[in-house]
Write a protein that binds this ligand. Structure first.
Ligand SMILES: [Fe+2]
Ligand SMILES: [Fe+2]
Length: 363
C-alpha cells in the first residue's frame, strides 16, 4: 500500500514538473521581442547620419547674415534702445518658474497680484468673450487653473511689453501668439528636452525688435519683403543691424537669461545653415532654435503666407522628430487654440464656426 502511494506521489510530481516546464517554455515564446530603440539619428548631430542630404542645396544662398553680431550698435538704433525701459522682472521670473516641475498656481498668482495693472489686465482678458467661460473669473488663481500657465504667461508678456511702450501691430501680435502656442506644443511632443516655458517666452519675444524698428526707425522706400531671409538682408542694409540681433541686445539689457538672449539673436540661423553646423557652433541653443524656427514658419503659414517648407530644411524636422509637413506641426490638438488666437487678432476665417461678433480690444 505504502509503495503504491509513494509511486503515485512520484508520478504526480513528475506530471506537475512537466506542466511547469511546458508553461515556462510557452511563456518564453510569447514574450514580446525587445523594443527597437527609436531612430537616434533624428536627435543626434553627427557626420555619420545616414540621411538623404538633397535638402542641403537650400543652404546655398547668395547672402547670409553675419554670425558674429556687431559689438557696437549703430547710433540711430542706440538712440531708440535708450528710450526703451527695462521689462518687468516678472517676465523673467515667470519664465524660469514655468520650467519647474513643482510649479503651482498659488505661487504664480502671488507673483502676478503684486501688480494691480497686470492683475486687472489678465482678468479683463480672461473674461473676454473669446474664452467663452461659463462663469465670471474674479481672481488670478482661478484664471491660472482654468486657462493654464502658458496662456496666462502669454497675457503677462503682452501686458509687460505694452507697458514699456512696445505695442505690436495686430499681425505681429497674432504671429507671436501663434508661434508661442506651436512652440510650446512642439517642446512637449518632440521630447528633446526643451522647456515649454522657455519656448512660450521665445515665441512671444523673438520678433520684438521688429515692432521697435517699425515704430522708431525710418521705413524702407518700398515695403519690407515677406521673404524672411530677404527681410533680414534689407534690415541689415538699412539700419546696420537686423531685428534678431537687435532683439538680442534688448533682451541682454533686460538681463534675461543668456540662453534666451542667444536664441532670440540666432532665431533666423536655421534658415541659413544646416542643423549639424548650428549644433557645432551653438550646441546649447540648437534645440530651442529648431523648435522656434519651425514654429515661426508654421505660424506664418497658418496666418496667411504660404511659405511653409522652403525656409527650414528637413534636417531640423528630423532633429525634433517630426515629419517635414504641416500636418505634423499643426495638429487638431492645437488648431482650436490657434484659431482662437487668429480670431482674437481680428483675422476672420470663413471656414470656422467659431467666429465672434467683433474683434477683441486687446489693450
Ligand atoms: Fe524674426
Ligand atoms: Fe517670427
Amino acid at each position: 500500500m505504502k509503495i503504491t502511494y509513494l509511486f503515485w506521489i512520484i508520478i504526480s510530481l513528475a506530471v506537475c514538473l512537466g506542466i511547469i516546464v511546458l508553461v515556462v517554455k510557452l511563456m518564453a515564446k510569447k514574450a514580446p521581442a525587445p523594443l527597437k530603440k527609436s531612430p537616434v539619428h533624428y536627435a543626434r548631430i553627427s557626420s555619420h547620419d545616414d540621411l538623404d542630404d538633397s535638402f542641403m542645396k537650400m543652404y546655398d544662398l547668395p547672402w547670409k547674415p553675419d554670425r558674429e553680431y556687431p559689438k557696437s550698435v549703430p547710433e540711430e538704433v542706440e538712440k531708440v534702445i535708450d528710450t526703451i525701459e527695462s521689462i518687468s522682472p516678472i517676465v523673467t521670473e515667470m519664465s524660469s518658474r514655468l520650467g519647474d516641475p513643482d510649479i503651482n498656481p498659488k505661487e504664480i498668482s502671488k507673483l502676478i497680484i503684486t501688480d494691480q495693472g497686470l492683475t486687472s489686465f489678465i482678468l479683463k482678458r480672461v473674461n473676454s468673450p473669446y474664452y467663452r467661460l461659463a462663469q465670471k473669473v474674479d481672481n488670478i488663481f482661478n484664471a491660472i487653473v482654468i486657462l493654464g500657465y502658458n496662456e496666462i504667461y502669454r497675457i503677462v508678456m503682452e501686458e509687460r511689453t505694452s507697458r514699456i511702450g512696445i505695442k505690436p501691430s495686430r499681425e505681429e501680435w497674432v504671429h507671436a501668439n501663434l508661434t508661442s502656442t506651436i512652440a510650446a506644443y512642439l517642446s512637449g511632443t518632440s521630447r528633446i528636452g526643451v522647456q515649454g516655458g522657455i519656448m512660450v517666452t521665445l515665441g512671444m519675444l523673438h520678433d520684438i525688435a521688429k515692432t521697435v524698428m517699425e515704430k522708431s526707425l525710418a521705413p524702407p522706400e518700398g515695403e519690407f519683403s515677406i521673404d524672411p531671409r530677404e527681410r533680414l538682408r534689407q534690415e541689415t542694409e538699412l539700419y546696420g543691424i537686423d531685428h534678431a540681433a537687435l532683439g538680442g541686445i534688448l533682451a541682454r539689457r533686460w538681463q534675461m537669461p543668456e540662453r534666451l538672449i542667444k536664441a532670440i539673436e540666432q532665431h533666423h540661423w536655421p534658415m541659413f545653415w544646416p542643423v549639424r553646423e548650428i549644433g557645432q557652433v551653438s550646441g546649447d541653443t540648437v534645440k530651442e532654435l529648431a523648435i522656434l524656427s519651425i514654429s515661426d514658419i508654421a505660424a506664418k503659414n497658418y496666418l496667411k503666407q504660404n511659405i511653409f517648407g522652403s525656409y527650414i530644411g528637413d534636417d531640423y524636422y528630423r532633429f525634433i522628430k517630426k515629419q517635414p509637413k504641416i500636418e505634423s506641426i499643426i495638429t487638431p490638438e492645437i488648431s482650436r487654440d490657434l484659431n482662437r488666437i487668429k480670431l482674437m487678432g481680428g483675422f476672420t476665417d470663413p471656414d470656422t464656426s467659431e467666429q465672434p461678433d467683433a474683434s477683441i480690444d486687446r489693450r
